[in-house]
Design a protein around this ligand. Structure first.
Ligand SMILES: NC(=O)C1=CN([C@@H]2O[C@H](COP(=O)(O)OP(=O)(O)OC[C@H]3O[C@@H](n4cnc5c(N)ncnc54)[C@H](OP(=O)(O)O)[C@@H]3O)[C@@H](O)[C@H]2O)C=CC1
Ligand SMILES: O=CCS(=O)(=O)O
Length: 252
């Protein structure tokens, strides 16, 4: 049976790097994200190596999530690994200055979106009877408080506890669940959080050595390809030049 990975947020950062890493190992790919043109160019490139199915998807829309899962071609079922990666941070300012809409968008994406996809895919994940892996993208922000993290960090604390609780319910099914919690990592995440401010991006990453999306993709691949009897519950990964919060970073 071929291995199939379903990735949310495959159009950028960790999700995109995962698409390359799993393709390198010969897995079939289901790639989702909102930006259709990026999905198409991934399909064009990676489709030369492995079977690729793409679907434009906003994870906040539970009906759209269900429709994408129901329309999965037979060759892409059952799913053997789900990478719940789509997510974002918004509004780096203090809570008292944040627009309520930004808090809602983070909850709708990082919490409700992740729950939508998990709920829709659990039947397919249990279909193999041979075990499968769910990797949920948490964050150090789910564990360690810092100014401007407010709802973002809280949404990632949800991801951690939901991952642990899922494990309880899935005990005996052979499905393992891991909360992968990265620290400072260079990606479009920081542009999104700072509303496209390139100077903020350069300031955060320019004089230190952040993780790269490929570093995290390697960890996710590792978690998903361990022997079936091994489950990593939570994997927190930081750059060597970071200790705990994004404010404890060694800079030149
Ligand atoms: N970079 C970092 O420092 C860290 C990031 N994380 C987490 O890792 C995950 C990936 O982040 P990263 O790769 O860095 O960020 P990027 O901004 O590079 O990628 C985010 C991805 O999420 C997708 N996405 C965002 N909103 C939605 C939505 N509503 N529906 C579907 N897809 C969506 C985007 O695709 P599109 O816009 O095409 O929909 C994009 O592919 C996130 O959950 C983030 O919180 C965790 C720790 C550290
Ligand atoms: O999740 C993102 C990492 S950080 O910005 O909170 O350090």
């Amino acid at each position: 049976m071929s291995q199939v990975v379903f990735i949310t947020g495959a159009t950028s950062g960790f999700g995109r790097a995962c698409a390359y890493r799993f393709a390198q190992a010969g897995w079939s790919l289901v790639l989702t994200g909102r930006r259709q043109e990026r999905l198409e160019s991934l399909k064009e490139e990676l489709g030369r190596r492995v079977p690729v199915h793409i679907a434009a998807l906003d994870v906040r829309d539970s009906e759209a999530v269900k429709a994408v899962v129901e329309a999965l071609p037979a060759d892409f079922r059952p799913i053997t690994a789900l990478i719940n990666n789509a997510g974002l941070a918004l509004a780096p300012e203090p809570s008292q200055q944040v627009a309520l809409e930004d808090w809602h968008t983070m909850i709708d994406t990082n919490v409700t979106g992740l729950v939508n996809v998990t709920h829709a895919l659990l039947p397919s994940l249990t279909e193999t009877g041979e075990g499968a892996t769910i990797v949920n993208l948490g964050s150090v922000a789910g564990q360690w408080p810092y100014p401007g993290s407010h709802v973002y960090g809280a949404s990632k604390a949800f991801v951690q506890q939901f991952s642990y609780n899922l494990r309880c319910d899935l005990l005996g099914t052979g499905i393992r669940v891991t909360d992968v919690a990265p620290g400072l990592s260079e990606s479009e995440f920081t542009l999104v959080r700072n509303r496209g401010d390139q100077a903020a991006y350069d300031k955060l990453y320019g004089d230190t050595t952040p993780l790269q999306p490929e570093d995290i993709a390697e960890q996710i691949f590792h978690v998903a390809t361990l022997p079936a009897h091994v489950n990593i519950n939570r994997l927190e990964v930081m750059p060597t030049r970071q200790a705990w919060s994004p404010f404890a970073v060694d800079r030149d």
